[in-house]
Write a protein that binds this ligand. Structure first.
Ligand SMILES: [Zn+2]
Length: 119
């Protein structure tokens, strides 16, 4: 089941952060923290390191870069946003994560986020 793969949770975490207002990038360390919280919420005992997150992002054709002195991370460029949304569709991330008013959600998940979402 794809939802058991770490990639599923990484993409889910990216979708969560990407839809936060004024969020232009995420550090690998931050992303690992979000993923580990999601793992914990699901009662999974595994944890993931920032390095491992970076490698998995590369495998997904999402390439981290040095973001100032804070370390490596992923910039939410339009290309990256489109790629993450395409992956979310490929991995069947629940449409709960989709946001009304997000141009990429509109493009990749037409009709999603229209019910019960006051954001
Ligand atoms: Zn979106």
């Amino acid at each position: 089941m794809r939802s058991m793969e770490p990639e599923f949770t990484i993409i889910e975490a990216l979708m969560l952060r990407m839809h936060e207002k004024d969020q232009q990038s995420i550090l690998s360390g931050e992303l690992a923290d979000v993923v580990n919280v999601l793992f914990k919420q699901r009662g999974e005992s595994l944890t993931i390191s920032p390095e491992s997150v970076g490698r998995k992002l590369s495998n997904l054709e999402l390439h981290t870069e040095v973001l100032g002195s804070a370390g490596k991370g992923l910039k939410f460029t339009n290309d990256v946003r489109a790629r993450v949304h395409a992956l979310a569709r490929e991995y069947r991330i629940p449409t709960l994560q989709m946001v009304k008013g997000c141009p990429q959600c509109d493009a990749f998940f037409p009709g999603a986020g229209e019910v019960g979402d006051e954001a």
